[in-house]
Design a binder for this molecule. Sequence first.
Ligand code: ADP
Length: 454
Amino acid sequence: MFQKILIANRGEIALRIICACKDLGIKTVAVYSEADRNSLHVRFADEAVCIGPAKSARSYLDIPSVMSAAEITNVNAIHPGYGFLSENADFAEVCAAHGVKFIGPSPNVTRMMGLKQKARAAMKEAGVPTLPGSIDVLHSAEEALEIANEIGYPVILKAAAGGGGRGMRVVHSAEELPTQLLQAQTEAGAAFSVPDIYVEKYIPNPRHIEFQLLADEHGDVEVLFERECSIQRRHQKLIEEAPSPVVTPELRAEMCERLKVAFKKIGYTNAGTVEFLMDPEGNLFFIEVNARIQVEHPVTEAITGVDLVKSQILIAAGARLSDFLIRPIQLNGHAIECRINAEHPETFAPSPGRITGLNLPGGIGVRVDTAVYTDGVIPPYYDSLVAKLICHGATREEAIDRSLRALDMFVVEGIYTSIPLQKRILADEDFRAARIDTNYIARKMPPKATAAKG
Ligand code: ADP
């Protein structure tokens, strides 16, 4: 087992990884930017190294700085968390070259999953249903028109290297396709350094459903059921739940089996998420693989009792799934996560700043993953996540009621947060009846002129 792990991340996920390491008796090294000097991950790690200025390009994303910290502190492994370097195949290769284990899939698999059209081709080849679309990136407007004509409008143009809900454009007719393609390529080049665009069928009002898997380095794969993440704003998730209220036991069993076979075939290792869109007829279509731990992993932990971060570390250390998983995995109750962001609940404008007052809720069925504290600051340089509230109940209804109770007792003063919006959603009868899709917020909660603070 590893003696010491470096955590190449910040915020709640850095603390989450510290928890897993403490549970395993592994020492931890935090890295931090100058803006994060007073952060809790710095305080609770066994050692901490400052790796640069606030700007993430010069700290959390700077491979030489992170590797120097790893060398100075003599760690055996690096956990990248999510975001930052977590899906950077070059970083995984540099780790290997320095004899440091990267806690994630192999560089080759990470590279393939990072290029969405490549991941899509691999999934199709492995027997997973994908959306009709271009086989590779688009080379010309003529090619795009030909494919769009074949699959039918509307279509969606997506950046091969896209992420975070950015770099997507819906196209409704052949007339607008060439200009949209050109704009999409220019934007993708600027945002992701890769101008490549591919096209696929656009599904109006889909549900977002994703499957969690764990794969060891000995060819064994387990699928820990699904999460539904249809409550999104601007293609970014805001509320997630597990299991999905619309996935039947039969569909669940069939998908888990299919994905086990597919991921064995592609030689996937460590944790990963396979994302799908569900059309109104209930068909699932693959959209992408996230080759890392995800923000919403705790809802799966709540319903399965499996510590996913601990599992990642055990797998990276060479353990077999059969050494630590109790199988068959049991699905227990229902869990809901609210991502509490530092943002205006109605305009979604970021709201960084000092937290002047704070109460974190507790009580039965409530988990809060956060790195904030009273008088702490949400810096403007990174993502706007303040806390994740995860509530577990025997049924979906109980999980919703506990979430509402916890949100009522969740106090964050000094900045705007998404709490008021989340309360409205959880109390809404369509949400309670599970009549949700990815356009739910855009349709039901249009922006208002006034807003509550806290
Ligand atoms: P990212 O990597 O930026 O998160 P994804 O491919 O995972 O991009 O898609 C994010 C979200 O964008 C989905 O959850 C969905 O809301 C929307 N989306 C993506 N592809 C399609 C599609 N073909 N049809 C309809 N909506 C889509």
